[in-house]
Ligand binder design. Structure first.
Ligand SMILES: [Zn+2]
Ligand SMILES: [Zn+2]
Length: 104
């Protein structure tokens, strides 16, 4: 398998590995503005999953009910963010966000 594909599969496994979050109606922790700004700056506008340069960066919690600390956050473009939450809902039964395109 090409290395690029393996990298993407590893990232998908990270995003959909939810063994630690048993509550499918999880409470999402707020992301402080300062952390949000700094995190987006550090990622240089690149989506964690597809690596595209996005003008609409969304910060996503890897563990849905986990803390808003950089170890638990990734930056995604709206398309990848939508897809991740669709997978979480369809295959793992987690609640859906109100608007995947705008809220992270
Ligand atoms: Zn993306
Ligand atoms: Zn999210």
């Amino acid at each position: 398998m090409p290395t690029q594909i393996e990298l993407v599969i590893n990232k998908i496994q990270t995003l959909l590995n939810l063994e630690t979050c048993k509550d499918t109606n999880y409470e999402r922790h707020k992301i402080p503005d300062e952390l949000r700004k700094e995190f987006i700056k550090n990622q240089k506008g690149k989506c964690y999953l597809c690596n595209c340069q996005t003008t609409q960066p969304l910060i996503h919690h890897i563990k849905p009910d986990g803390e808003s600390i950089s170890e638990n956050l990734v930056m995604l473009c709206p398309l990848c963010h939508r897809w991740v939450h669709w997978m979480l809902k369809k295959h793992l039964g987690y609640r859906a966000s109100i608007d995947f395109w705008k809220h992270d």
